[in-house]
Design a protein around this ligand. Sequence first.
Ligand code: OOG
Ligand code: MG
Length: 263
Amino acid sequence: MLKADIEDQIADKLYEAERHVYEVDKFTEQFPELNVELGYDIQDKLIEIKCKEEQAKISGWKLGLTSKSKQEMMGVHEPSYGVLLDSMQLFEGEPISTQSLIHAKVEPEIAFIFNKEISGGVISVTDVLDATAYITPAMEIIDSRYRNFDFTLPDVVADNSSSSRYILGERLYQVNDVDLRLMGMVFKKNGEIIETSAGASVMGHPARAVAWLANKLQKRGQRIKPGEVVLSGALSKAFSIAAGDHFSVSFDGIGTLEAAFKE
Ligand code: OOG
Ligand code: MG
């Protein structure tokens, strides 16, 4: 067990690292007893600090480490989740400043927007689809507060699963109009294709990742609320960002989203 004051200290250190744009060493080295559940307790404390200090509100959730290749890379067998705040949302067409980011990367994702509460029993893919109002293309800008993006699962969970910023497409689509498993994706950097993938790369079906999240949240006494957005996890690896870069993601049937980065 970790003492509550150690959890507070870790949450504080992660908050300060993000605010002042510097890296810290992963905490599992100093505290080997830090496990995934304690990581989520620290994440809750970190979100509490951010909401208070930045007058931010919870706008949704994000999945991380949902693809087999990313899980194998990390030596873990389960995804992670993090909280999205309204202060993290950016909008298409506004160049994104890299100055407040430590060593950010961008990844293509499918966003779900909910109009019903998902709760009760074991939540299935069908329950998730039934509660989904819309889907839209998204890009997540992740930024680990850990030195060289080096962490274990409990560390990254404590660090709100590397959440930093997110952008959503402005056109919303009905989930029944597409096959999320077979939905093709093309990711471009500066006009060149850097990745191609399909929805099934996210746990076989992006809604399966969302169902995993809903079940996990339920165990911790939380839930996805109507109006909230969920980023269902990257369909490819994440790519480092430099000022001047331009990324675009296109999905079969739901259009293209673009993001440009500046100094
Ligand atoms: C953890 C977050 C990964 C995703 O979509 O897989 C993530 C990380 O790799 O830093 O957001
Ligand atoms: Mg992501």
